[in-house]
Write a protein that binds this ligand. Structure first.
Ligand code: MG
Length: 252
């Protein structure tokens, strides 16, 4: 099932889509799926980020082939960091290139959406806590990341977390291609089978640090081939079996 959030006039709704038509849902789809009677074309609604997380947690280096590309050893534990919820951006909306940055990079990632509250989740129980999966672009001001020495500013500008277009609830993340395309040209393409840490390892690890809430987003790192975006570029993040998240870049 594909779950969307969208705005129509001044109201915000949850919906279910097949990629063409949206059926409005009643209530909160994290509690139960109740289909309403109204539907409309997906193209007629303004999509919002498909979830309202209390936090967005990301893993820094999680593909064996990306670590090799950087000449780095695989980390012994997941390197985690946060993006603020104010950085969320919907499918189809524009990434704002900040005046303060001189190099803006895309990072195509598979993101996990949590279903329920969890703390100290054992690896073998993680599946029960996952609601679904979506595409995430971990937009990064690379020059600022290097200059600051830690990542908060570089990862946190408004619009730096494109997410969507929907949450796919029927998805097996075991061996799926994660791809980015810049202006239609493939720039990143690798399988989740190249993960250094599996999704159960990542979710369990993070839940031993902080309580995870329904809707929280955990992003699983990026494949080799990260690179630069400029104003007027179009960047797509595709996860096989989920869909394609597409955004353009405008000057901030
Ligand atoms: Mg990343």
């Amino acid at each position: 099932m594909k779950i969307v959030r969208f705005q129509k006039e001044d109201e915000i709704f949850w919906g279910e889509t097949d990629g063409h038509v949206v059926i409005k849902l009643k209530g909160d789809p994290f509690l139960s799926i109740q289909r309403g009677n109204e539907d409309c074309p997906l193209s007629a609604v303004s999509l919002l980020p498909p979830v309202v997380p209390s936090k967005i947690i990301l893993v820094g280096l999680n593909y064996i082939d990306h670590a090799k590309e950087l000449g780095m050893l695989s980390p012994k534990e997941p390197i985690i960091f946060l993006k603020p919820t104010s950085s969320l951006l919907a499918h189809g909306k524009s990434i704002a290139y900040p005046d303060a940055a001189e190099r803006l990079d895309y990072e195509a990632e598979l993101a996990v959406v949590m279903a329920r509250t969890g703390r100290n989740i054992p690896e073998n129980d993680v599946g029960r806590f996952i609601y679904g999966y979506t595409c995430l672009n971990d937009v990064t001001a690379r020059d600022i990341q290097k200059r600051d020495g830690q990542w908060t500013r570089a990862k946190s500008f408004d619009t730096f977390c494109p997410l969507g277009p929907w949450i796919e609830t029927d998805f097996d993340p075991g061996d799926k291609m994660v791809t980015s395309r810049l202006n239609g040209d493939v720039r990143q393409s690798s399988s989740t089978k190249n993960f250094i840490f599996s999704i159960p390892e990542i979710v369990s690890f993070i839940s031993r640090v902080m309580t995870l809430n329904p809707g929280d987003v955990i992003s699983t790192g990026t494949p080799p081939g990260v690179g630069e975006m400029n104003v007027s570029d179009v960047i797509e993040v595709e996860v096989e079996g989920i869909g394609t998240l597409k955004n353009s870049v405008v000057s901030g």
